[in-house]
Design a protein around this ligand. Structure first.
Ligand code: RFL
Ligand code: PHB
Length: 389
């Protein structure tokens, strides 16, 4: 098989890139480790920045998102037992965010890809290998149903997430990795119950962090901070609801509606960046190149901005025979990535429980400053709705 761009991974990064390239008349094939059902079953992000919303529109898949997504104009910060609202439009010249699940984003993109008749090879397991990307004729090999396959291409896009094959294929001396591991994870629960509040509540409490989020007016997503070594098997639904309730303010506690979980899992928190993001004719995008802790809701949005830069570089290459966009891809993407890394790290350190009373008192002082200072509230709002591309 031959294509122009071979994409590894059918997560949001790979699917978005495939759609943008298709719209520009650039042929592409996606090769994915899992089945499409498995990819659609993963519960992940829920908050889209304007950049991501615009990209969905550009891909021609924004209709359902605009119909079913929830526009949010603020978040609430809960600390010392009281809630304080951060209003986005007044602090950011009218900007808002969209609550629309990653599962739905993925579904919309997969349907558009299938409708356009674009090639996607699912369920190849761990068989993908990358070849000759230092030269001008890279190749991708994989096995499916007992048969070996090879795709010849002009470029490989590594959109295969943190544990993928792309970053692992880069010679060790050519890549530098920066990492921070946090001593806790998030235990998340999804349930068909109305959200406790119509906006997201980020809670800093003596029992640890909690987040009240949602997917719709009838489906809620809640998280509580747990120690890194905690096992999801140790958490019955009832134990989860009891712990969440104890981390809420009296009014929210009163209003919380509980129900059976549709999904329950623990995600570790990590900050990670690999530099650079381009190696000859291999470009990394999304989680393949960087991870943020979910506190700032930036993971999916960063994948989107990488793809925007990468697609424009590739389009420039084919339309104008110019390598300028691709040459600047890594630097442009990393400038935005490091700002989101900083924000996600800062918001994580501010909101979670760490050992030591001194640190807690400093966190409380900063939260108090944050909600009473226009400058500090603006900095939070500006980063939360997303910095400019
Ligand atoms: P994805 O979504 O991980 O997609 C990568 C795809 O590549 C496939 N793959 C391979 N395919 C072929 N060969 C291989 N060797 C392969 N290895 C992997 C995978 O099966 C997968 O389909 O990366 P992408 O596209 O860069 O998108 C990034 C976002 O998914 C990610 O940033 C966010 O979901 C991060 N994240 C969250 N972000 C938020 O903003 N808010 C959240 O609440 C939130 N929760 C989460 C998350 C990430 C999680 N992970 C990675 C464990 C919760 C979890 C559990
Ligand atoms: C979610 O709804 O899953 C979600 C929302 C906001 C975050 C993280 C996760 O900061």
């Amino acid at each position: 098989m031959r294509t122009q761009v071979a994409i590894i991974g059918a997560g949001p990064a790979g699917l978005l890139l495939g759609q943008l390239l298709f719209k520009a008349g650039i042929d592409n094939v996606i090769v994915e480790r899992q089945t499409s059902e498995y990819v659609l079953g993963r519960i992940r992000a829920g908050v889209l920045e304007q950049v991501m919303v615009e990209l969905m529109d550009e891909c021609g898949v924004g209709a359902r998102m605009h119909r079913e997504g929830l526009v949010h104009e603020g978040i609430e910060l809960l600390f010392k037992g009281a809630r304080h609202r951060i209003d986005f439009p007044s602090l950011t010249h009218g900007k808002t965010v969209m609550v629309y699940g990653q599962t739905e984003v993925t579904r919309d993109l997969m349907e558009a890809r299938a409708a356009a008749g674009l090639a996607t090879v699912y369920d190849v397991g761990d068989t993908v290998s990358l070849h000759d990307f230092e030269g001008t004729a890279p190749k991708l090999r994989y096995r499916k149903d007992g048969q070996s396959h090879e795709i010849e291409c002009d470029f490989i896009a590594g959109c295969d997430g943190f544990h993928g094959a792309s970053r692992a294929s880069v010679p060790k001396g050519a890549i530098r990795e920066y990492e921070k591991i946090y001593p806790f994870g998030w235990l998340g629960l999804l349930a068909d119950v109305p959200p406790v509040f119509h906006e997201l509540i980020y809670a800093h409490t003596e029992r640890g962090f909690a987040l009240c989020s949602m997917r719709s007016a009838t489906r809620s997503r809640y998280y509580v901070q747990v120690p890194l070594e905690e096992k999801v098997e140790n958490w019955s639904d009832e134990a989860f609801w009891n712990e969440l309730r104890r981390r809420l303010d009296p009014e929210a506690r009163e209003r919380l509606v509980t129900g059976p979980s549709l999904e329950k899992s623990i995600a570790p928190l990590r900050s990670f960046v690999a530099e650079p993001m381009r190696f000859g004719r291999l470009c990394l995008a999304g989680d393949a190149a960087h991870i943020v802790p979910p506190t700032g809701a930036k993971g999916l949005n960063l994948a989107a901005s990488d793809v925007k830069y990468l697609a424009s570089g590739l389009i420039e290459h084919y339309r104008e025979r110019s390598s300028v966009g691709l040459d600047h891809y890594s630097d442009r993407a990393l400038r935005r990535i490091w700002k989101a890394e900083r924000f996600s790290w800062w918001f994580t350190m501010l909101m979670h429980k760490f050992p030591g009373d001194f640190d807690r008192k400093v966190q409380e002082a900063e939260l108090d400053y944050l909600v009473h200072s226009n400058a500090a509230s603006t900095a939070l709002a500006e980063n939360y709705v997303g910095l400019r591309l």
